[in-house]
Design a protein around this ligand. Structure first.
Ligand code: SAM
Length: 299
């Protein structure tokens, strides 16, 4: 099983810098569940039980929680769950350690199983088998993900040129991510927008939705933070820290900084945008990512 989100450090940046999802994402999923139960979209319903698999720090769990009487977020990482519990504002939401391939829930118990930004890490056949076991006969599965930001455009740049500099920053962001240490098979699922995962799901009552875009208003500090929360960037630092430790060298933040791809992004973007004198928190950015959602009933 792949486990890339185990450290406290990545959980701390993840909770701070990863965006939550828009209401439209919740609507697409909940309306699918309603359609499958013959409920009109405009009818307000509170379903019984949600299980959010690989809940991380709880972004998707919190999004869907208002539509359920009980919601459980499940994740393999104790550190991600600790953050999720600290952020939790719902009395009916709980978090539990467990894996997508062995969901800690009883048979026929969930109305909806969700998984956001995480389906590419799973052993898909085992996850689907578990989802089938845990879902009620009329329950649904929603697998949600987004691309890496496709647009990172400065809002007010000294000297203008926002579009060209936006393209430069978006390309640099992707380049930094791909220079990191990542699982090629998992990332390929994201690059093809889960179309291969969609094909592999053995159900003829499934839908693929890529109509939604995630919009962000960020500062440069937040873009850099987002990059720090991505496993490929984080894994380089873990590997470097190990190498230094093996050499008996004391590992400090300063020592690791030259290997931090998010710091490289920050330095190169600030130079290209000519904003070196402006604090990162005052450099305003518009961002976008493409969303894709797999919806399945009769699993
Ligand atoms: C990119 S985060 C997504 C977190 C959250 N769902 C969100 O939308 O932001 C991926 C999460 O998947 C978890 N994860 C990876 N493989 C898993 C598995 N096989 N079973 C359960 N959780 C897993 C990681 O621990 C991490 O918290």
């Amino acid at each position: 099983m792949l486990r890339f989100y185990e450290s406290k450090k990545i959980a701390d940046v993840y909770v701070k810098y990863r965006p939550t999802y828009s209401k439209e994402v919740a609507n697409v999923v909940v309306n699918f569940l309603k359609r499958n139960r013959g409920i009109a979209e405009e009818t307000a319903v509170v379903f019984d039980r949600l299980i959010d698999v690989a809940s991380g720090t709880g972004q998707a769990t919190g999004l869907f929680a208002p539509f359920f009487k009980r919601a459980v977020g499940i994740d393999v990482s104790a550190e991600m769950l600790k953050q999720a519990q600290q952020q939790n504002v719902f009395r009916h939401v709980t978090y539990k350690q467990g894996a997508a391939e062995k969901i800690p829930a009883s048979d026929n118990s969930a109305d909806l199983i969700t998984s956001a930004e995480s389906g590419h890490w799973f052993d898909l056949p085992k996850f689907l088998q578990e989802a089938r076991r845990v879902l009620k006969h009329d329950g649904c599965l929603a697998i949600i993900c987004s691309t890496f930001p496709t647009v990172i455009e400065p809002l007010e740049l000294p000297g203008g040129n926002e579009y060209v500099m936006g393209k430069y920053a978006s390309d640099l962001f992707t380049k930094c991510l791909l220079e990191g240490k990542y699982d090629v098979v998992a990332y390929n699922h994201v690059f093809n927008k889960y179309k291969d995962i969609y094909k592999a799901i053995p159900s003829n009552t499934k839908e693929y939705n890529d109509d939604l875009t995630l919009h962000f208003q960020w500062t440069l500090e937040e873009v850099v933070g987002h990059l720090k929360s991505v496993d490929s960037v984080h894994n380089v630092l873990i590997q470097k820290a190990k190498e230094f430790e093996e050499l008996g060298v004391e590992v400090t933040e300063e020592l690791l900084k030259p290997f931090d791809l998010s710091e490289r992004f920050r330095g190169e973007v600030k130079a290209a945008w000519n904003v070196e004198e402006i604090p990162d928190s005052e450099v305003l950015i518009r961002g976008e990512a493409d969303m894709f959602i797999i919806l399945v009933s009769n699993l």
